[in-house]
Design a binder for this molecule. Sequence first.
Ligand code: FAD
Length: 397
Amino acid sequence: MDLRYTEEEEHFRDELRSWLSSTLPDVPPLPADHTDLVARRAYDTAWQARLHEAGYAGIHWPAEFGGRGSTPTEHLIFLEETERAGAPYVGVNFVGQLHAGPTLIAEATDEQRATHLAPILRGDHVWCQGFSEPGAGSDLASLATRAVDDGDDYVVTGQKIWTSFAQVADYCELLVRTDTEVPKHKGITWIIMPMDLPGIEIRPIETALGSGEFAEMFLDEVRIPKVNRVGDENDGWRVTNVTFSFERGTAFISEVISSQRLLADLARVAQKVTRRSGTAWDDMGIRRELGVLDAELDALWSLTKRNVSQAQRTGSVGPGGSVFKLAYADVRKRMADLAEQILGRAGLAIGDTLDLSDMDHVAERLYTLTLTIAAGTSEIQRNIVGERLLGLPRGDR
Ligand SMILES: Cc1cc2nc3c(=O)[nH]c(=O)nc-3n(C[C@H](O)[C@H](O)[C@H](O)COP(=O)(O)OP(=O)(O)OC[C@H]3O[C@@H](n4cnc5c(N)ncnc54)[C@H](O)[C@@H]3O)c2cc1C
């Protein structure tokens, strides 16, 4: 493991910094209304198109599929620098860019790749992920959405839930049950579902923050051509694990950088909030927790680099990705607890930070809850660490 950057990597960083500093001044701020997903799509895909023009789209995708063919370390540098510079986040493009696209590269037919990869890279097509169901989240293999074989098509009926950005997606990476007579992992198929087919109903779910990026997706005899299947029929669990291997890789790099910014802001707020005759900063307990969290974020950044170094060497992050996600979700939760302690009563109302801060620490507090659930809950990450790193016995499934 070598955590130092090479000369070429530093050169890549300089080039990227210079492009960001000349490009970002023209990029407008995020649309103010965070419930307007159509505006959000337009914003995120416009940024994707700019990345594409500049040769930074699909930074980690192989060059033969239109990407830049960068190493995991260059991908890390890209995510670090774009976050530090305040560039837009991948947003509605996250499924296409970060796991549907890479899954198609690994598993799809040449025709499927030719149809889908370039539009994802240009920001023309947005994808969503139709995996979770009301009765199948952590135990995803229990999924019940049924695909019935009918000539050249599958006829699909069922319900998906928590489908992020389904309302503005063009395609969905969909998991369906194609065989009910075999053990659950063996009867699943991974298919590409165009979102404009008859029989698809999207019902937005409003979050506690008032945003509506989640949706329920009801499928009523949706006719999906079999040519849209990725991998063999009933081999979808293996393909799903290919998708997860991308989902749990470099996904949280930008978050460590933004957490460092959030923590620095909290330290500033602590110096402004009045407490008796002084400020919250006078409280040694608060200063100690700020210091501990700062050190833990440093450690998480080193762990990220260690994981990326492993991915570069072996092609896979392995259980290190679960160690990171588990620890990161915990740090963010403790940062939210500390914010509440510092803000006092202002920590109870969304958007009301008494002009102490540019950041909404209350909204952040609600957001941190999602980190223990999305992309595998903390309990599931503990199971992975227990079984694959510590060699503990496998739990009942
Ligand atoms: C921000 C966000 C975005 C998401 N986006 C999408 C998306 O785009 N597409 C999509 O398909 N899904 C999406 N999801 C859904 C997500 O994948 C599921 O919420 C997650 O897999 C957990 O499933 P569940 O909600 O059904 O909870 P459950 O699996 O029912 O879990 C309930 C509780 O039981 C615990 N538990 C379950 N099994 C075990 C076990 N074996 N051992 C110990 N504890 C266990 C869990 O940890 C949890 O605390 C998203 C979720 C979030 C929060």
